[in-house]
Design a protein around this ligand. Sequence first.
Ligand SMILES: Nc1ncnc2c1ncn2[C@@H]1O[C@H](COP(=O)(O)OP(=O)(O)OP(=O)(O)O)[C@@H](O)[C@H]1O
Ligand SMILES: [Mg+2]
Length: 234
Amino acid sequence: MIDISGVTKHFDDVHALAEINLDIGTGEFVSIVGPSGCGKSTLLRIIAGLVSTHGRVVKPDKGAFVFQDSALLPWRNVQKNIELLMELELIPKAERVEKARSALSQVGLTGFEKNYPHQLSGGMKMRLSLARSLVLNPDYLLMDEPLSAVDELTREVLQEEIYALWKKDKFTAILVTHNVPEAVYLSNRVVIMSPRPGSITHIVDIPFKNRNQKLRSSNKYHKLINDISGKLRS
Ligand SMILES: Nc1ncnc2c1ncn2[C@@H]1O[C@H](COP(=O)(O)OP(=O)(O)OP(=O)(O)O)[C@@H](O)[C@H]1O
Ligand SMILES: [Mg+2]
C-alpha cells in the first residue's frame, strides 16, 4: 500500500502541487494522466523520495523507477547495465548472473548481453530498463512515460509485456502517461490531474478483468477512453 497524504510542492514561485491525497492498494496498477506541467513527474519523484515535500508518503521499502529516457549507462553493455542495481546491493556475482539471465529472457533480450545501449532500438532500451528495475523484485514500480519514445505498434507490444510482468510479479505500479488508451488498458484506476496548481480532479475505476486484443476493440474500452479524454479537456 502507498499512502499519499497532504502532499504539496512549491518550486520557488511555481505552485507545482496543491494538496494531493491518494491511497494505492498493494498490487494495484494506477495511472496518472494530465496536461503537461500539471506535476505528474513531480508527484512521482516525491513518491520515490527524490524530491522533498510537505506532506506524507508511506510506502513499502523496495521501490524502482523507470525513467522516460531509460537512463541506461552508455559505457556499460546490456549485461553490465542489468547488473548495475544488483552490484549496488552487493549481490554476489553468481546470483547477479543468474538473475540477469532470467530477467533478460523475460523481456526478450537474450543474446544481446554484449550490446551497448546505442546498439539497441528504443523498445529494447525500455525493455532493458524495465528488466533492470524488476530484477530486484521491488514492492512498487514507478514509471514516468516509459513508452513515449517508441512507435505505436511497439508501444502496444510493450504494454502487453508490462501487463504480463505486473500479473506475474504482483508489484504495485504507478504509471505516468499522456496516452489515455494506455492508461485505460493497463490500470485498475486512472487518476486525472489538472494544472496550476497540480491537483487530482477525477479518479476513474477501470473494471476490466483481463487485457487482450479483444478488449482493445471493445465498446466498453473506447467508452472509458472517451470519458477520460472528456474529463481531461474540461
Ligand atoms: N526542479 C524543478 N525546479 C523548478 N521548477 C520545477 C522543477 N521540476 C518541475 N518544476 C515545475 O513544476 C511544474 C510541474 O512539472 P512536472 O515536470 O512535474 O510536470 P509534468 O506533469 O510531469 O509535465 P510533462 O507532462 O510535460 O512531463 C512545472 O511548472 C515545472 O516547471
Ligand atoms: Mg513529466
